[in-house]
Ligand binder design. Structure first.
Ligand code: PMP
Length: 390
């Protein structure tokens, strides 16, 4: 008989108590008790009638959050990156041209994903903290003749909310699909999939929606479906193949078949998060994030701190970027605030690395009381952290 030679790990024989922490970084944000409770309900089979009903409710909730009537609307089993790859892998074939607006790290990552599937990648690059104009986009559309244009609406690395109006129309006039990342902005800044002619839109569960990470809402327009379901080649990913996912989510009118085991508890949480959004109202949610961000920005400027995004209209309400206070080591500030105040804020990422502090106030975290708490923690950190004499 085989006997074990590796003993049970000691660390697993003690309970682990997770601390309470204020998650005011760019995500995940805190999960309110109501959503935690929903996720703790008994397990169901991933194709049981009740699970299917919950998935249908999620589909309606996403249609509301995205302001779309698209039938091809579902949640990918995975984080925001899974939705990014689902969008790109299904809509672009090897050798096809894609145009990517790079206004921070998410455009950079989208470029790498497209490159990995053998697409011809073209970029229009904005300076960190800035954005590109519709004219620049149109010139690039004419030059590169892409099948898809990628744009990150809420750039969480730079704190920019990129203007969207008019771009969908430009794309369609140039025979191109309009793909938008709204992981950091969905329900926190106005976006209207149908009216703004967005063909593919995705988000994550763990930001404004306040659900645990691991499910990623996505939707495809009729025009996008025409392209993705008439491909010459199969998408490189079996797991993210929209023909399968459309069936799993009951979007193809056929009997649902087993493709993969969905994150059932994650679906319970996502349904609850979308229910809270439906009760709150999308416009109220946009206003809440805008008001709280304005209050925060005024408080920061009153303290003598500078905002990284100069153009007020382009400041992302959900994630604020603050110019790293001169003379300080930003890492010391974030570490001090975490240790002394149990508050997570973070440094820059990608093009903003070393340049900024990032503070996310999303969903239930977007309150003026939390702003006051962060401002007090920042004041305390600036007093206690080392300021160099240079
Ligand atoms: N896009 C944006 C704008 C994001 O902010 C993030 C998460 N920070 C992602 C994509 C990727 O999401 P995830 O970490 O859930 O994979």
């Amino acid at each position: 008989m085989l006997s074990e030679t590796i003993p049970p790990p000691k660390c697993l024989l003690e309970p682990y108590v997770v601390p309470h922490r204020h998650l005011f970084g760019p995500g995940p944000s805190n999960v309110p008790p109501r959503i935690l409770k929903a996720g703790a309900q008994p397990m169901l089979g991933h194709l049981h009638a009740e699970t299917v009903e919950i998935m249908n409710h999620i589909k309606s909730g996403i249609q509301y959050a995205f302001q779309t009537q698209n039938n091809m609307t579902l949640a990918v089993s995975g984080p925001g990156h899974a939705a990014m790859e689902c969008a790109i892998f299904n809509s672009v074939e090897p050798g096809e041209s894609i145009l990517i607006v790079v206004n921070g790290i998410w455009g950079e990552r989208a470029s790498e994903m497209a490159e990995r599937i053998g697409a011809r990648v073209n970029t229009v690059v904005a300076a960190p903290g800035g954005h590109v104009t519709n004219k620049e986009i149109e010139q690039a559309l004419v030059k590169c003749k892409p099948v898809v244009l990628f744009l990150c609406h809420g750039e969480s690395s730079t704190g920019v909310v990129h203007p969207v109006d008019g771009i969908g129309d430009l794309c369609h006039r140039h025979n191109c699909l309009f793909l938008v990342d709204s992981v950091a902005s969905m329900a926190g800044a106005p976006l209207h999939m149908d009216k703004q002619e967005i063909d593919i839109l995705y988000t994550g569960s763990q930001k404004v929606l306040n659900a645990p990470p691991g499910t990623a809402p996505i939707s495809f327009s009729e025009r996008a479906c025409q392209k993705i379901f008439n491909r010459k080649t199969k998408p490189v990913s079996y797991f993210l193949d929209m023909s399968w996912l459309a069936n799993y989510w009951g979007c193809d009118g056929k009997v649902r078949m087993y493709h993969h085991t969905g994150p059932v508890s994650g679906f319970f949480g996502l349904r609850e998060a979308l229910a809270i959004l439906a009760e709150t109202g999308l416009e109220n949610s946009w206003k809440q994030h805008r008001d709280v961000a304005e209050y925060f920005h005024q408080g920061l400027e009153a303290m003598g701190l500078r905002l990284f995004v100069e153009d007020k209209k382009c400041r992302l309400p959900t994630v604020t970027t603050i110019v790293a206070p001169p003379g300080y080591d930003w890492k010391e500030i974030t570490a001090y605030i975490m240790k002394t105040h149990q508050i997570e804020i973070s440094g820059g990422l990608g093009p903003s690395a070393g340049m900024v502090l990032r503070v996310g106030l999303m969903g239930c975290n977007a309150t003026k009381a939390n702003v006051d708490m962060i401002l007090a923690a920042l004041r305390d950190a600036l007093k206690h952290c080392h300021k160099s004499r240079v």
